[in-house]
Design a protein around this ligand. Structure first.
Ligand SMILES: Nc1ncnc2c1ncn2[C@@H]1O[C@H](COP(=O)(O)OP(=O)(O)OP(=O)(O)O)[C@@H](O)[C@H]1O
Ligand SMILES: O=P(O)(O)O[C@@H]1[C@H](O)[C@H](O)[C@@H](OP(=O)(O)O)[C@H](OP(=O)(O)O)[C@H]1O
Length: 422
């Protein structure tokens, strides 16, 4: 019997099976069987970090990809067997915290034996997070100041502590690799890749610079839509991690977006086209004496705020009644007056505004977990991940601190885009 079903586009998908909590892809039997009619395999060229390369004898240690798009992660070490077990448990669990966490992991399709280059071995089968992207931009952020697990040997602790030291201490994460397709400018469409050697040298402001560059924001502000998508997902992940009974050591957060979608959104001038119009900043208030340069007196006239001018006579004689002046200020003052009357339900307007604002925040925060065409994030690499089973849940502060620090950086970049709204 075949393990795959045909798709209209000719590609094949693993058979789908519904569970109460999610639709997941179950391939039975999960372990130990060799593919009956193996799909063609190739190296996964979109891998930006982690083990890769040929070891002695031609065995390839990096990720592979099936012709149906599935990613294959080789099980080379004991810790990767634990990773497969972690996926198994999270996928089959109905514990609410783990069901939540599942939204932030690639879909898991089981473990199978495949043969590549004459070597047969077990592989963890996963959803390709870059599937369907024309110009996939991927950043691997290894989260946590501590990147070894509680059972690590003294040697392993030393090795981990000697790598990415400053970056991990300063930010609670490090950047072992990323790739980005440039959008706009003379290098439009160029693929830029950076690996762990560059990552190990990063510290201080350079870390923010690299994140800006990854977001195609080196020459100006980042795309506001992209930032909001990433932040909405990150805020939800922060909440999820605060409630999940897991310990994630040395796991990575993959930030993913499609540069071609960004180009369609922003083109050459990232600020001009992607800003949501309803978030436009209030224009500055015109002054009666715009060139006066002195500070606001605290008084309002029908023409606007009154600024005292040194040596100048008062603009309106207190004894001469001013003629009725029509300006945006007089209209605003008139509106203000009516809004304070009992006939005008100012309170209701204010609560409606508050409700709308809250609904917008909720829409951002209650992100559905589906991969967004533009920006998304997922946690990968669970070789050193553990599920707390003792009923005494402890927040994984090591992982949470890294997420908080990334959120601070992205929020600051979002603030930069506020300044450019007019
Ligand atoms: N589901 C996925 N979809 C797309 N790309 C993925 C996926 N999983 C992993 N990758 C890519 O592979 C890289 C390495 O993944 P992962 O961290 O799981 O491998 P690893 O060899 O265990 O890494 P490490 O050496 O840090 O232990 C990621 O940085 C990412 O580029
Ligand atoms: O970024 P680098 O320099 O490639 O560092 C490697 C990375 O931290 C891997 O996650 C880790 O594999 P584990 O998941 O097995 O810990 C490996 O450990 P190792 O040296 O013990 O193989 C490290 O060498």
């Amino acid at each position: 019997m075949s393990d795959v079903s045909n798709r209209s586009d000719g590609r094949k998908l693993p058979r789908r099976q519904r569970s109460i909590y999610q639709v997941h892809y179950g391939l039975e039997p999960r372990r130990g069987s060799v593919m009956a009619s193996p799909l063609p395999l190739r190296r996964f060229t979109r891998q930006v970090a982690g083990h890769s390369g040929d070891v002695a004898g031609g065995k390839y240690t990096g990720l592979l990809q099936c012709s149906d798009g599935t990613i294959l992660k080789p099980i080379l070490k004991e810790s990767q067997k634990r990773e497969a077990e972690f996926y198994e448990r999270i996928t089959s669990s109905n514990r609410p915290d783990l069901v939540q966490l599942r939204k932030f992991m690639p879909k898991y399709y089981g473990v199978r034996k495949f043969t590549y280059n004459g070597f047969e071995q077990d592989y963890i089968m996963l959803e390709d997070l870059t599937d369907g992207m024309l110009e996939p931009c991927v950043m691997d952020l290894k989260i946590g100041r501590i990147t070894y697990d509680p059972y690590a040997s003294v040697d392993k602790i030393k090795r981990e502590e000697s790598k990415y030291t400053r970056c991990k201490q300063q930010y609670g994460f490090c950047i072992p690799g990323y790739q980005v397709y440039r959008v706009g400018g003379p290098r439009d469409g160029e693929l830029v890749r950076a690996g762990k050697e560059q990552g190990k040298r990063l510290c201080g402001e350079q870390v923010v610079t690299v994140i800006r560059s990854f977001l195609n924001a080196s020459a100006g502000a980042a795309c506001r839509v992209l930032l909001l998508q990433l932040l909405a997902a990150l805020w939800e992940l922060q909440r999820c991690i605060s409630r999940a009974g897991v310990l994630l050591r040395s796991s990575s957060l993959l930030l993913v977006y499609d540069a071609s979608a960004l180009r369609a959104c922003c083109g050459d001038s990232s600020v001009a086209r992607c800003r949501p119009p309803q978030l436009a900043r209030r224009r500055s208030v015109p002054s009666v004496f715009p060139s006066g340069g002195s500070s606001f007196s605290g008084q309002l006239s029908p023409l606007g705020p009154v600024y005292p001018r040194l040596g100048a006579s008062p603009p309106v004689s207190p004894r001469t009644p001013s003629p009725p002046v029509r300006s945006s200020w007089s209209e605003a003052l008139a509106r203000l007056a009516t809004s304070h009357s009992f006939d005008n339900n100012y309170q209701e307007k204010l609560s409606r505004m508050k409700l709308e604002y809250r609904a917008r925040l909720d829409r951002l925060a209650n992100w559905s977990g589906e991969r967004h065409p533009c920006g998304s994030l997922r946690v990968v690499d669970f070789a050193h991940a553990f599920i707390q089973d003792d009923g005494n849940m402890r927040v994984d502060d090591n992982f949470k601190d890294g997420l908080d620090s990334l959120a601070d950086i992205l929020e600051a970049l979002l603030k930069d885009t506020d300044d450019l709204l007019s």
